[in-house]
Design a binder for this molecule. Sequence first.
Ligand code: FSO
Ligand code: SF4
Length: 547
Amino acid sequence: MSMFCYQCQEAAKGEGCTIKGVCGKEDSTANLQDLLIYVTKGVSLFTEIAKKNSVAIDKADKFVFEALFVTITNANFDDNKITNKIIEGIQVRDALKKELENKGVTIPKLPANATWVAESDEAIKAKSEIVGILTEQNEDIRSLKELLTYGLKGMAAYAEHAFNLGYTDEKVFAFMHKALVATTRTDITVDELVGLTLECGEYGVNVMALLDKANTESYGNPEITKVNIGVRNNPAILISGHDLKDMEELLKQTEGTGVDVYTHSEMLPAHYYPAFKKYEHFVGNYGNAWWKQKEEFESFNGAILFTTNCIVPPKDSYKNRVYTTGASGFDGCTHIADRKDGQPKDFTVIIEHAKKLPAPTEIETGEIVGGFAHNQVLQLADKVVDAVKSGAIKKFLVMAGCDGRMKGREYYTDFADQLPQNTVILTAGCAKYRYNKLPLGDIGGIPRVLDAGQCNDSYSLAVVALKLKEVFELNDINELPIAYNIAWYEQKAVIVLLALLHLGVKNIHLGPTLPAFLSPNVANVLVENFGIAGIGTVEEDLKLHLA
Ligand code: FSO
Ligand code: SF4
């Protein structure tokens, strides 16, 4: 075994990747990511002490959410970038240490995470091979520590997007440090870890609310939008990932250059924001969910920008057209540098490259409809409530989450297709590509697929559910005619799940397979306390959810 990773739904054999990731991650990259997490915990150990002694921790806060984000599935495959982040972590940690010492603070004995020093590249490599997940021997403790860490990774991604728009929540950062420190304890109990995992869900709600505020205050409330899925005859840039600040800056910098901009996968919801609609060269959405990029990037012909995950290791035929920025990275692809001194990122290099490339090849035509985030849905509340009261809508199915390449995910297309006409799908995240182009029709003008936006906009679905609970004067969110059939793939789905649990949602069905990182005992805790279950056949589940 040269690596061990089981953080996503595609973990090999449903157990873990041990030689190379199914995602394409090399063992060296997986090990460096483990070491980055290890060092990040050391930063949090010092941050906790710094806070108590009035030492500034803003650099440590930023480092921690960036480092966690870098290790999310399919975000960063670049060993050099990860190594640099490890070194940066040690510098951030040691700067805190120095300031504390200057203040005369006595530093207690800390775990090795806080003291290990990277003396050479060889030392980094050697250390990276011995700090993996399996160093925790107890299967249940390991399972809970990783569940918590994966929740933090998802939280970090959302915190970073909000940060990029100038929105922060110190309590969210404080929880990240507290939880990371807890995972370094060798004496921590199952009960303590379960408590922290549930608390993680609470901060998950907070961070999604923060990002919602950041997005809507910056770009307006998403509104019902028809998004073109065809192409025009101009050179173009395809932007993927989730970061709306990058979206804004790219649109501004491409305006008037003759280069069109299209969204891919999770960037589709950018079209729903009023602030982006004014750009005539913001043409539409090209293609489908992240895992189809090998074919779709080929036929797109233009330049491609990754602002975050999910990257599929690019084929040589188009690799030179792929650019990364922010937490994303891929060895051999040009990386656009971060903002500096309050200045925007400089996208000139990708824009100039795009100008020399042919226009996209059309792969489909038509439109898809979205933009049903909380503000828009609540404007339709009367209509929705009437439809529920009259029986025109019998049930809402929350089918938010992620898409992925596993064959078993065809289940979600079949499930959506076979739902009766009196049901409405509430979705967010890239899971929607399994059914958002099906002709499912509408109920009295309400489309049968209501797309709130990106995976973080699952928050919108919770806001809508809470509003409906109030309107129908119910005591419990679980009394609503809403069933949860959620697809997961990576760690942002973990924080969304924990957030839903925090809001009291029960009986969530999770597929296409349950996480490999849940030990049998931990899975039992989730089953017994929250009614979490896997998926069955489409027929069985239709019966179950419509009962
Ligand atoms: Fe999908 Fe990837 Fe949004 Fe994830 S593109 S899988 S949950 O990163 O973030 O839904
Ligand atoms: Fe395997 Fe997923 Fe980890 Fe990649 S991220 S190595 S596919 S478990």
